[in-house]
Design a protein around this ligand. Structure first.
Ligand code: NDP
Length: 243
C-alpha cells in the first residue's frame, strides 16, 4: 500500500506541538490515528476535533517511560483498526542546562522519555510489524544532534542515540519495514515551557525564526506516503534562518 489513506498511525506525544499537528494532517489525509500522551483531556479533545472533521481517531493515556503503555497503544491500534502501519515516536522533553548544574534527574528524564521511550515503542511495534510483514517507524530526533552546542549535550545525546539505533534498526529491518528519522530545527511549540527560565531566556531569539509544527507534519507525511519500496531515511527540516 502507498499513500496515507487507510493507514493506521500511532503517534506518541500527540497531545501538543508536532505530534498534534501530525495527527491532524494525517487524519485529514485519510489515516486512522491512534493518539498517545500523558494528558488525557488533550487527547480526548484532539480525537473529538478529528472526528468532527470527518476523520477517525482513538486515544490512550500513554507514558512512554512505561513499557506496558506502549504495548497498550499498539494493541489499541490493532483492536480498533486491525493493524498498525506506522509508529511515530515523537514524545520528547528538552530539559536543557549546563552540565555544571548537575541536574541529574533532568538527565535521567531525558534518557527515559527521549531514548527509552523510543526503545519501548520499538519493542511494542517490531513484533507486530514482523507478523504483519509491513510497518514503518518514524522517530523524531533533532538538529540539536547535528550541531552540538553548549547546554544541549544530554538532550542531543539522547537524540543521537535514537539516530544511531534507528540506523541499526533500518539495517536489520530487511526489505519489508521502513525506518525514518526526522530532525526538526526550531519549531513553535510548547517545548521550551519546561525549561529552566534562565535557559529559556537564552533561546528567546529563536522564537522569532521558529517554523510551525505543521511544517514538520508535512515532512512526516511525505515519508509515510511513499510507496512501500521507498524508505525516506533521514530528513532535516528547519527554519531557513537557523544557523
Ligand atoms: P511539545 O512540548 O509541544 O510536545 C511534547 C510531547 O511529548 C507532548 O505531547 C507531551 O505530552 C509528550 N510527552 C512528554 N513526556 C512524555 C511521556 N513521558 N510520555 C508520553 N508523552 C510524553 O513539544 P514538540 O512538539 O516540539 O516536541 C515533539 C518532539 O519534537 C520531541 O521529541 C522534541 O524533542 C522534538 N523536537 C522539537 C523541537 C522544537 O524546537 N520544538 C526541535 C527538534 C525536535 P504529555 O505532556 O501530554 O505527556
Amino acid at each position: 500500500m502507498s499513500g496515507i489513506q487507510g493507514k493506521v498511525v500511532a503517534i506518541t506525544g500527540a497531545s501538543s506541538g508536532i505530534g498534534e499537528a501530525v495527527a491532524v494532517l494525517l487524519a485529514e489525509r485519510g489515516a486512522k490515528v491512534v493518539l498517545g500522551a500523558r494528558r488525557p483531556d488533550r487527547l480526548a479533545a484532539l480525537a473529538a476535533r478529528i472526528e468532527r472533521a470527518g476523520g477517525e481517531a482513538a486515544w490512550a493515556r500513554t507514558d512512554v517511560t512505561r513499557r506496558a503503555d506502549l504495548s497498550g497503544l499498539v494493541e489499541l491500534a490493532r483492536e480498533r483498526y486491525g493493524k498498525l502501519d506506522v509508529l511515530v515516536s515523537n514524545a520528547g522533553v528538552g530539559l536543557i542546562s549546563p552540565l555544571d548544574d548537575l541536574r541529574v534527574e533532568d538527565w535521567e528524564e531525558m534518557i527515559d522519555v527521549n531514548l527509552k521511550g523510543v526503545l519501548y515503542g520499538i519493542a511494542a511495534a517490531l513484533p507486530v510489524f514482523r507478523e504483519q510483514g509491513f510497518g514503518h517507524f518514524v522517530n523524531t530526533v533533532s538538529t540539536a544532534g547535528l550541531r552540538i552546542v553548549p547546554l544541549q549535550s544530554v538532550y542531543a545525546g539522547t537524540k543521537n542515540a535514537v539516530r544511531t539505533i534507528s540506523e541499526g534498526l533500518r539495517q536489520e529491518a530487511g526489505d519489508s519495514l521502513r525506518v525514518t528519522v526526522v530532525s526538526p530545527g526550531f519549531v513553535r511549540t510548547d517545548f521550551a515551557d519546561h525549561m529552566d527560565p534562565a535557559v529559556k531566556a537564552r533561546l528567546a531569539d529563536m522564537k522569532d525564526i521558529a517554523i510551525p509544527p505543521e511544517a514538520v507534519a508535512r515532512t512526516i507525511a511525505f515519508a509515510i506516503e511513499q510507496p512501500d519500496g521507498v524508505d525516506v531515511g533521514d530528513i532535516v527540516v528547519r527554519p531557513t534562518a537557523q544557523a
